[in-house]
Design a protein around this ligand. Structure first.
Ligand code: PBG
Length: 344
């Protein structure tokens, strides 16, 4: 920061015409020389959806370009991401409604859809990390992230099942457990459960500052939890009005053992990304969520925005804000665009 203010002081003494900011912008090569932030393929994490069956690549209507893969198809998709250099993927299951229950028990079944997908991916492709959510919403008949009783989401009772879910996923080969449930105390509980199960190396990426957002709607279509959701998630996800509270959440999760933290959604919360990264200096990820992707796709399909340039602008803005990486449904498109750029 001191450095920056010195620069500002020197600049302030200079005046037009001696100072011309446009000099450094006149050609592509000089713009590249002075670029402060660069998006790279290592910044991209690709979330993808899995569904039961075989030979399936089923479009998600509210997310043009996104499909649900059956287990036999998902490894190919992940290997493609790996070949592009993407370091990790996040897998989300579309669970058969018949398997949903009030306590979301299916989340702890070692043969559930996401565990089968993890095994398929891990046996088919090396050198790519696999992330799974820890939360009950794909399995819970109320569409909530925790156990619901008389309209209330139970915190401590939920922790036990989240711990089992995390251990089950780690046993299936999932590298990073990403608790997205926003129950209090879950990071500490899950860390302890993983350690007691011999999974000391299992990484925890905490959805530490997760807001109660309208931007998750297409995701809920994609995993089939939207139709069943009773009420909203405001008693556990954060109020979009709050910023300091996000720092409190992150501080707690770090103290409880989070290895990495996430801010979610993305663009509307870049101030939070910046504050978290500059306060804690811990690996900080941002989730460019389904609704943000849907907005971009919808305007591109109407010819109102250019998809490629706005996508790159958005993803670069996450870097500028301080994110170490971005979970984005644009990951493959961005990786291909970056590949084209370096080849050119
Ligand atoms: C589930 C979960 C959600 C997302 C990731 N994990 C939705 C929610 O909390 O309702 C949203 C991702 C997106 O919108 O792309 N806990």
């Amino acid at each position: 920061m001191t450095g920056n203010s010195n620069i500002a002081g020197i600049r302030a003494s200079g005046r037009f015409p001696a100072v011309r900011m446009r000099r450094n912008r006149q050609e592509d090569w000089v713009r590249r020389m002075v670029a402060e932030n660069r998006l790279g393929v290592n910044d991209l994490i690709w979330p993808l959806f899995v569904v039961d069956g075989t030979g399936i690549r089923q479009p998600v209507e509210s997310m043009p370009g996104v499909v649900r893969y059956s287990v036999d198809q998902v490894a190919d998709a992940v290997c493609e991401a790996r070949d592009l250099g993407i370091p990790a993927v996040a897998l989300f299951p579309y669970t058969d409604p018949a398997l949903k229950s009030p306590d979301g028990r299916e989340g702890c079944n070692p043969d559930n859809l996401v565990c089968r997908a993890v095994r398929a991916v891990k046996s088919a492709c090396r050198d790519i990390g696999v992330i799974c959510d820890v939360a009950l919403d794909p399995y819970n008949s109320d569409g909530h992230d925790g156990i619901v009783q008389d309209g209330r989401i139970l915190n401590d009772e939920t922790l036990e099942i989240l711990c089992q879910q995390a251990v089950t996923q780690a046993a299936a080969g999932c590298d990073i457990q990403a608790p997205s449930d926003m129950m209090d105390g879950r990071i500490g509980a899950i860390r302890q459960a993983l350690d007691s199960a011999g999974c000391q190396d299992s990484i925890i990426m905490s959805y530490a500052a997760k807001y109660a957002s309208g931007f998750y709607a297409p995701f809920r279509d994609a995993v089939g939890s939207g139709g069943t959701l009773s009420g909203d998630k405001k008693t556990y996800q954060m109020d979009p009005a709050n910023g300091d509270e996000a720092l409190h959440e992150v501080a707690i999760d770090i103290a409880e053992g989070a290895d990495m933290v996430m801010v979610k959604p993305g663009l509307p919360y870049l101030d939070i990304v910046h504050r978290v990264k500059s306060t804690f200096g811990i690996p900080t990820f941002a989730y460019h969520v389904s609704g943000e992707y849907a907005m971009l796709q919808a305007s591109a399909q109407n010819g109102w925005l250019d998809y490629d340039s706005t996508m790159m602008e958005i993803l670069t803005s996450f870097k500028r804000a301080g994110a170490d990486g971005i979970l984005t449904y644009c990951a493959l498109d961005a990786a291909r665009a970056l590949e084209g750029r370096s080849a050119g």
